[in-house]
Design a protein around this ligand. Structure first.
Ligand code: AMP
Ligand code: MG
Length: 499
């Protein structure tokens, strides 16, 4: 079946006008399909990939079977300040599709034009930000980081929208297990619309966390589930060296999916204080503070759910939000142990990990390059034969030079690491590490290359890059090898929310 033929339900639209507004005119005025994700289409249950069909959906010329397009309303804390009404200002939810695995997918067009929530803006997305969102959505999923998915990307040939300059408008079809955000709850809670808050809650239980229906305290159970999912997402971002850039509560998914990609970036040089969003002057959303912000956002969700909680709700909610920390730490340490190939948990693991990160931070070393090189070094068996620069510490073993990417790591740390790894089979350890340390992440300079090529009409390269990003742990092809590298010295690219 083609995407337009998959039966779309409209359970969210059925919630009614308090929650969303029907949209009859949407899409791109004219366009061309630039890229599609075969994997995302497969996950939806599309077995007949028809590019014209995908384009027709993006332009709005074809409305999928059963679709009832709506834009939803939500609110949110933006950079710490509550904004009472936001909403789908440039996104239209077409409906929900039952996936082959039994779950539901929300199907949305982003950049499809004005809605009642556009707040004076044009409802459009520009090509550069759409290319970035398209690629990162599929890359994050392949890295094992929960994310909205991107199915298709179409763009106008004309330069149609005004930003700092006139740019081409684009649309992506994105899918998600649920597009409910923390901000949806905040909208009704802060507006003291508790009946509608209850309706939304019931919908969220059914859609996102059905196990809550039978819980002793469904409200606290839903909060607990959301807190664990958010901690899991934040831990995966930190371990992957990913910076979201705009962690406002309206950009936090109830299911803990990474959503609303704007000025995001993977770290190149490891830096706890890294900020890529040049409008974030106070560095609120710096790399190292993301977990704390994620927890703060969970507190906002908790507050929004309190009107539905019974007696003692506030104390339970506080405890649940506090539990973020332990959930986060446990998941993060587990992920980092995998990156270092440390099979079981031991006292001192955090110290070993932290001292490596401190070295990377102080030396401004490349995060991904160093960790992938460590994985390759272990997997090659060389790590087991290494005995330090003077070769004297291990009798009978000759010292060998370190790979370039590891040359700046202190010998003391490498020895500690080797001692800690002792007893493990090097092949097995290396195998785990190669599967946990991607060779290819979507660095900002690579995303920019994709944008430049897409602007120049080279869509073949977009598809090639997408294919490579879907297999980030595999040894890169010769053609992709240059794109695994850190940016050229001095490279800088400012990212903004403006998209
Ligand atoms: P974002 O920073 O992308 O998460 O967007 C924050 C809010 O602004 C959301 O409600 C968006 O729908 C809205 N928004 C962002 N860009 C546009 C645009 N070009 N037109 C209309 N609304 C927009
Ligand atoms: Mg947003």
């Amino acid at each position: 079946m083609k995407l337009s033929q998959l039966p779309h339900r409209h359970s969210y639209a059925d919630l009614g006008e308090a929650f969303c507004t029907a949209i009859s005119v949407y899409g791109l005025p004219e366009g061309r399909l630039l890229c599609h994700s075969p994997d995302a289409l497969k996950a939806l249950g599309v077995d007949d990939v028809d590019q014209q069909d995908l384009l027709d959906i993006c332009t709005g010329d074809v409305r999928p079977a059963g679709a009832a397009p709506v834009a939803g309303v939500y609110a949110g804390h933006q950079f710490g300040v509550y904004v009472p009404q936001l909403g789908d200002g440039r996104a239209v939810l077409l409906g929900e599709v039952a996936a082959p695995d039994g779950g539901l997918w929300d199907v949305q067009l982003k950049g499809a034009g004005q809605t009642p929530f556009s707040r004076g803006s044009d409802g459009r997305a520009v090509l550069r930000s759409s290319v970035r969102e398209f690629l990162i959505s599929e890359a994050m999923d392949a890295l094992g980081i929960p994310s909205t998915r991107a199915v298709a990307l179409a763009a106008m040939d004309q330069r149609g929208v005004m930003r700092e300059r006139i740019e081409r408008a684009a649309v992506i079809v994105r899918t998600s297990r649920s597009l409910l955000r923390f901000g949806h709850f905040e909208y009704f809670a802060w507006g003291r619309r508790h009946d509608e808050l209850r309706t939304l809650f019931d919908y969220a239980v059914q859609r996102c966390y059905p196990d809550c229906a039978d819980a002793a305290d469904p409200v606290m159970q839903l909060l607990a589930n959301a807190v664990v999912r958010t901690a899991d997402m934040a831990a995966r971002w930190q371990a992957a060296g990913f910076v979201h850039g705009v962690m406002n509560t309206d950009n936090m998914s109830l299911l803990g999916e990474t959503i609303d990609y704007g000025p995001y970036a993977f770290l190149d040089r490891f830096d706890w204080n890294a900020v890529f969003n040049h409008t974030d002057r106070e560095r609120r959303y710096a790399y190292g503070v993301q977990p704390r912000i994620a927890q703060w956002n969970c507190a906002c969700l908790a507050e929004a759910l309190l009107p539905l909680a019974g007696a003692g709700g506030k104390r339970s909610a506080t405890d649940i939000v506090k539990s973020f920390q332990s959930a986060y730490t446990e998941i993060y340490l587990e992920l980092m142990r995998r990156r270092l190939g440390l099979a079981e948990e031991r006292e001192g693991d955090w110290k070993l990990i932290k001292s490596l990160l401190d070295v990377l931070h102080e030396g401004g070393l490349d995060y991904h390059h160093t960790l992938r090189a460590l994985a390759e070094w272990v997997a090659s068996g060389e790590a087991g034969r290494w005995s330090g620069a003077d070769g004297s510490s291990t009798p009978g073993v000759s010292g060998r030079a370190l790979p370039d990417a590891l040359a700046q790591l202190p010998e003391g740390w490498l020895r500690d690491y080797r001692d800690r790894s002792g007893g493990q089979d090097a092949g097995e350890q290396g195998g785990v590490m190669l599967d946990a340390n991607p060779a290819l992440v979507l660095r900002t300079w690579v995303a920019q290359e994709a944008i430049d090529r897409a602007e120049a009409g080279d869509t073949a390269w977009l598809a090639e890059l997408l294919t490579a990003l879907r297999r980030p742990f595999a040894a890169p092809s010769d053609a992709m090898l240059p794109y695994t590298q850190p940016p050229a010295p001095g490279y800088s690219c400012e990212l903004s929310c403006s998209s």
